[in-house]
Write a protein of this length. Structure first.
Length: 253
C-alpha cells in the first residue's frame, strides 16, 4: 500500500510575552506529539510486516537485538512481549523454518472452509458464511479511496487483509505527524479522527476474533505473542486517539 497522496483574563497584561511563550510551547507540544505518532506508526508498520509474510533471517536478527518492555500496563501487550522475547531468547539453526511452518499453519491452513486457520481477512470474520471478498472488503476499499491510499500493484491479496489495515493506520499516523510538524492542528485532527474511526469500525470489530483463532492454531510463542501484542496495541491505541481527540491539538485555532 502506498500513499498518493489561551490566555486567561488575568494574563492580559503580559499578552505579548505570553503569546510568544504559548507559540513556543505549542511548537514543542506539536513536535512531541508528532514524535509519538511516528513511533506509533512504526509499531503499526512492524505489525503489518509480521502479518504480511514469513519472518526472514534479517528480521529475526533485528528483533532478537531489540529490547522488550516487561510492564506496559496492558495485560495483552505484556503477554505478547513475553512470548515473543521468550521465543527470541531461544533461537536455533531452524528457527526461521520453524516460523515459516507456523505462519503457514496459522494463516494458510490445510482445509477448504473458513474454519481451518486464522484467515487474516476481515470478510472471513464479518460475513455469515466466512467468505472472502465480501462487504468488509468493499468498505475498506472505500475508506482507502477517501484517504487517497492505494495498495501496491504487486499485492495479490484482498484489501481487507490485516496487514493492509494495519499499514493504513501507519500511513495515517505519519500523515498526522507531518501536519503537526507544519503547525496544522486542524488537518491533524481530521486525519486522526479518520484513523480512530477505522480502528473502531474495522480492526477492533474483527481482529479479536482473528487473535482467538491465532491462539488456537499457532504453535510457536512468536505467533502466540503476535496475537496478544496486536490485540493489546490496537485497543490501547484506540483509547489513546479518543483521549487525544477530546482535547485541543497543538496548532489548532
Amino acid at each position: 500500500m502506498a500513499e498518493f497522496e489561551n490566555l486567561t483574563p488575568e494574563g492580559l497584561a503580559e499578552a505579548p510575552l505570553d503569546a510568544e511563550l504559548d507559540e513556543a510551547q505549542a511548537a514543542d507540544a506539536g513536535a512531541e506529539l508528532a514524535a509519538m505518532l511516528e513511533a506509533r506508526s512504526g509499531t503499526y508498520l512492524l505489525l503489518s510486516r509480521l502479518f504480511h509474510k514469513e519472518v526472514d533471517q534479517q528480521l529475526l536478527a533485528d528483533m532478537h537485538d531489540s529490547l522488550y518492555p516487561a510492564d506496559t500496563g496492558d495485560a495483552d501487550i505484556d503477554k505478547g512481549y513475553l512470548y515473543i522475547s521468550t521465543f527470541l531468547s531461544n533461537l536455533w539453526s531452524e528457527s526461521v523454518r520453524e516460523l515459516k511452518v507456523d505462519f503457514a499453519r496459522c494463516f494458510l491452513g490445510q482445509g477448504v472452509d473458513g474454519y481451518s486457520a486464522a484467515y487474516p481477512y476481515e470478510s472471513v470474520y464479518t460475513s455469515p458464511k466466512r467468505l472472502m471478498m465480501e462487504e468488509a472488503r468493499r468498505e475498506v476499499m472505500h475508506t482507502y479511496h477517501v484517504w487517497s491510499v492505494d495498495k501496491d500493484p504487486n499485492w495479490r491479496e484482498g484489501e481487507d487483509h490485516i496487514s493492509l489495515e494495519l499499514l493504513f493506520e501507519s500511513i495515517m499516523g505519519n500523515r498526522a505527524a507531518a501536519a503537526l510538524a507544519e503547525g496544522n492542528g486542524e488537518e491533524a485532527r481530521k486525519i486522526l479522527q479518520g484513523a480512530a474511526d477505522f480502528l473502531d469500525e474495522h480492526l477492533m470489530g474483527w481482529y479479536p476474533m482473528l487473535a482467538a483463532d491465532m491462539q488456537r492454531f499457532a504453535k510457536t510463542k512468536f505467533y502466540l505473542g503476535l496475537s496478544h501484542l496486536t490485540l493489546g496495541f490496537i485497543a490501547t491505541d484506540l483509547q489513546f486517539l479518543q483521549d487525544l481527540l477530546a482535547e485541543p491539538l497543538p496548532g489548532e485555532e
